[in-house]
Write a protein that binds this ligand. Structure first.
Ligand code: ZN
Length: 231
């Protein structure tokens, strides 16, 4: 049986990816990245969210977690996620939240860790239907990265799985419901973190957040669209 390493930020997407992996792989480990993100509160949610997902699953598949310090990279990136800069559209057509090459860096570091840990599958929440159209989230980019990693590590069996790639945010909630019903949805609402402002003081039906930043708006809109599909 395969061993998977999930890129786990404690957001809605990576929480759903971890639940997905726990239903498919014998052993699942997680890796997260401190890149100096403004919403560092998401790092604090990693342990409780992991514990909740492991309890939901009710077995011992969830293994070790590793948090990697990438603050030097984050400082180079000068994104609105890593500096005190307004979140808006930049002249290059991408939002200022774009962290150049973020998923390429994360995947390369995760692959190095997977190599050492004997994992042959990387699981990431990259999604090309995301409103922002980040170029490092596209299926084409991930396929090229998979080729580069298999060649560069000499591991032809290494795979990158991106179960959310073609899903809308509403469909990501549907996937969570398909995997674990209302209990898993409630767990993700309560324990995952998405808000760019790091606000966990306000609770909405879809979870915690400021309710106004682009990440909150996207999460709230997806949640509402999903609820409308429910009886
Ligand atoms: Zn927010």
């Amino acid at each position: 049986m395969s061993k998977a390493l999930v890129l786990f930020s404690a957001g809605q997407d990576s929480a759903t990816c971890l639940a997905w992996a726990l239903t498919r792989f014998q052993t699942v480990e997680t890796i997260g990245f401190d890149y100096g993100q403004r919403h560092r509160v998401e790092l604090d949610q990693r342990a409780p969210l992991r514990a909740a997902l492991s309890a939901w699953r009710g077995d011992d598949r969830l293994g070790e977690d590793r948090l990697v310090d990438l603050r030097g990279y984050g400082a180079l990136a000068e994104s609105a996620l890593t500096t005190d800069r307004a979140i808006e559209m930049a002249a290059d057509g991408l939002p200022t939240t774009f962290v150049p090459g973020r998923n390429l860096v994360f995947l390369a570091v995760a692959a190095a860790h997977a190599y050492r840990r004997g994992a042959d599958v990387l699981v990431g929440g990259m999604c090309e239907t995301d409103y922002a159209g980040y170029p490092d989230c596209r299926a084409e980019t991930i396929a090229a990265m998979e080729s580069a990693l298999t060649l560069g590590l000499g591991r032809p069996d290494l795979r990158i799985e991106t179960p959310l790639m073609k899903l809308s945010k509403a469909e990501t909630w549907t996937l969570a419901h398909d995997l674990g019903g209302d209990a898993l949805v409630a767990l993700i609402e309560e324990a995952s973190h998405t808000c760019y402002e790091g606000d966990r003081s306000r609770r909405h039906p879809w979870g915690y957040g400021c309710g106004a930043c682009p990440a909150c708006e996207l999460r709230a809109a997806g949640w509402r669209a999903w609820r409308q599909t429910r009886p």
